[in-house]
Design a protein around this ligand. Sequence first.
Ligand code: HEM
Length: 161
Amino acid sequence: MYGLLLTFCKWLEHTPWGEWVAVTLWGYPFVQMIHFSGLSVWLGTNIAVDLRLMGLGKQRQTAAELSEGLFALNWIAFCIVVLGGFLLFSATASTFVGNIAFRYKLGVFIPLALTWHIVVQRKAKTWGRTQDVPAAARVAGFLELLLWLCVVTAAVEIPNN
Ligand code: HEM
């Protein structure tokens, strides 16, 4: 199984986009900029809704209204994050799959945080209808914040592993 994954990684490294990101002088920083720009909007929109669910911030909109208003932007940003992440990964894929922090980030924390995000986003429609959010919503919002913090911490540890 791992052998098959490594074959796929080697293939990715020799694709035109993998070589472009790895070999050109500005390819890697340019794609990092794409990954980080997407991240700032993806995390920013998640954090805004989570804080509102926790009852924090100005109460101009309910959590349900905020979540609905940010929905499209939220998922467009996620597509940009994945595109940037995939291109960065393609540059030196076989090194990344052996990196323990990368494995935790992609194999554990992202699936957990993403699943929880989808649950919270769906639940926000009912939880966040009024300014008075239930205790479960506060806990759910806080938990999502913690899960994304785990993803970012694992990502930051990638170069140290
Ligand atoms: C959706 C949530 C994601 C978050 C919050 C996230 C966060 C980050 C952060 C903060 C960094 C910078 C690490 C540093 O240089 O200090 C990073 C780098 C990186 N990310 Fe992501 N990322 C996400 C998704 C992805 C996905 C889906 C992939 C792969 C398909 C990916 C692949 C990478 C790679 C390869 C790097 C470069 C690591 C390096 O150059 O050392 N990321 N990510």
